[in-house]
Design a protein around this ligand. Structure first.
Ligand code: NDP
Ligand code: MG
Length: 367
């Protein structure tokens, strides 16, 4: 169990659930870092009494200085990674949204911290560069994303697998006709099962979340043998098919607190607040709709053809989501924008984190 935990993105959906887990397990919170939500951060600091506070939005420096006078405060972009080098911190949970998660990730790898990673954009974009660094530093990363946590747990039984099978709820609009999908606007967005941050909720509706998770799995488990299936009740969190034809899965009632807790207590399991499954309910599977929701197909092609394109995929999606939110493009245009960016940059090769940041910023600027 962690002796000193830093939560980067504590005011978000994952961050708040991580603090529930920390309370349940009586964990020692050393640092809380967030972007702008000072009111929530203050509430959390009052309750968990961390030594260090980070506020990424430097415009809030004066306000933060007043609110957090009794703490060691770091403001601006350095707030993203400062807690990853402190000797009193042995574990870092990276729960910010977007590519910014790559800064604490790199820092935590280099500083030999245990890493619980919720932020998928850093793995999708950072891909092989992050993996090379992990190997070089012999770092240990434990996935928080429920699908990857499930696979991680199944692989503890045996690593000799044929294929990873991610489960997908299908999103809120899985059953809708294309004519209705074309009319969806930002205020229609929701998720039927999971209560998550805004960006990932949009990604779930477009099936971009599954696409990002396919690329995330490519790097977390160092394989290209990845498929997905539609399982609307989100009870099976993912599966691994082994070479003897058997499949292992990990199941529970849907709650992010379980994979968060496992990442924080790995390799041990502790009692949690989650109710055990009711085994009288049916497990539902449905066919894929890849002609309509093209994103997972794009991700599978990417890992087969040029897996350096993760940064392009992620940046084009981040830009398209923002444009959709602002009403500049339609719901079904999001995946088309990503497809167009993949075509435009199809030969790209990345050699460093700087290359990844550069291509990311270029795509965000041009979209
Ligand atoms: P939220 O939007 O709920 O929270 C995001 C957190 O990041 C907040 O603390 C926010 O601070 C901070 N933040 C906002 N903007 C920035 C920025 N530009 N740079 C750095 N930090 C920023 O997101 P979620 O908790 O839903 O998701 C976090 C990550 O976890 C994402 O990568 C997501 O894909 C992944 N994930 C989430 C799941 C979920 O169930 N929510 C499931 C699996 C993975 P502030 O509040 O101050 O704005
Ligand atoms: Mg997930």
């Amino acid at each position: 169990m962690t002796k000193g935990l830093s939560i980067i993105g504590s005011t978000g959906s994952i961050g708040k659930q991580a603090l529930n887990v920390a309370k349940h397990l009586n964990l020692n919170i050393k640092a809380l870092v967030t972007h702008s939500n000072l009111a929530k951060l203050k509430e959390q600091a009052d309750e968990f009494n961390p030594k260090y506070i980070g506020v990424i939005n430097e415009k809030l420096f004066n306000e933060a200085k007043n609110l957090f006078s009794g703490y060691k405060l770091v403001c601006g972009s350095k707030a993203l990674d400062f807690s990853c080098s402190l000797s009193s911190i042995d574990m870092v949970l990276i729960a910010v949204t977007g590519l910014n998660g790559i800064y604490p990730l790199i820092s935590a790898i280099k500083n030999d911290k245990k890493i619980a990673i919720a932020n998928k954009e850093s793995i999708v974009s950072g891909g092989k560069i992050v993996n090379n660094l992990i190997k070089k530093c012999n770092a240990k990363i434990i996935p928080v994303d429920s699908e990857h946590s499930a696979i991680f747990q199944c692989l503890e039984a045996n690593k000799d697998f044929n294929k990873l099978i991610l489960t997908a709820s299908g999103g809120a609009f899985y059953d809708k006709h294309i004519s209705e999908l074309n009319k969806i606007i930002a205020k229609d967005i929701f998720h039927p099962t999971w209560n998550m941050g805004r960006k990932i909720t949009i990604d779930s509706c477009t099936m971009m979340n599954k696409a990002l998770e396919i690329i995330e799995a490519r790097w977390l488990f160092d394989t290209k043998n990845i498929d997905y299936c539609i399982h609307p009740n989100s009870i099976i969190h993912s599966m691994v098919e082994f070479n003897d034809g058997s499949i292992l899965s990990q199941m529970s009632n849907p709650s992010m607190e379980l994979p968060i807790q496992y990442a924080l207590t790995y390799p041990n399991k502790y009692p949690s607040n989650i109710k055990c499954l009711d085994l009288t309910q049916n497990l539902i599977f449905k066919p894929k709709r890849e002609d309509v929701f093209i994103a997972p197909r794009l991700a599978k092609q990417l890992i087969d053809i040029n897996d350096d394109l993760g940064a392009v995929f992620n940046a084009a999606n981040e830009a398209a989501v923002k444009n959709f939110e602002e009403g500049n493009i339609g719901f079904m245009d999001i995946a088309l924008k990503v497809e167009a960016a993949l075509q435009k940059y199809n030969n790209i090769k990345v050699h460093s984190i700087d290359d990844i940041i550069e291509i990311h910023n270029e795509i965000i600027k041009e979209c």
